[in-house]
Design a protein around this ligand. Sequence first.
Ligand SMILES: [Fe+2]
Length: 191
Amino acid sequence: MSSQSDPQYTVPGMTASEGGETIQSLRMRLHALNDLALTLKHVHWNVVGPHFIAVHEMLDPQVDAVRGMVDEIAERISTLGGSPAGTPGALVSERGWDDYAVGRAEAIEHLGALDIVYSGIIADHRRAADAVAKLDPVTQDMLIQHLRGLELFQWFIRAHLESAGGTLSTGGRATEVDAAAAAGAQALRRP
Ligand SMILES: [Fe+2]
């Protein structure tokens, strides 16, 4: 069935409706990763404390990689015959989440909050990869490649939050502020 969001053309072998559905899935992934790239830079600028330089420098390669993913998603949307929405206004009006909640803060607190950020993005990226599996395996393959990078980056974050026994200080926390507080409190208890 065709809808208003269907493109005038799409890649050979797909119907306009399949192209339109795939583009819809990618639209929010574009917003999510554009938001992530900005959030990682925000943390890069606002991290303070004795572990400043480790976190400050760890994040720039993540920003570069995520910007690369953003470009791939946007260009896939165009390839499928759609129009990628790359403006901040579109991002803010269409996203289903709030701005990153932590300003200037200790490295461990930002890492706790970023664990929550990555968890949300990775779970949604997996859902999108699943949703397009039958529609467009090429788009699915792209999203799976992104997941490999995003999950690796979350491990970089989580390695700072993990005890030798393998538990995460952010375990069970649902919000960035709660996770930041839990990570900060755990760090204070360490000898
Ligand atoms: Fe910088």
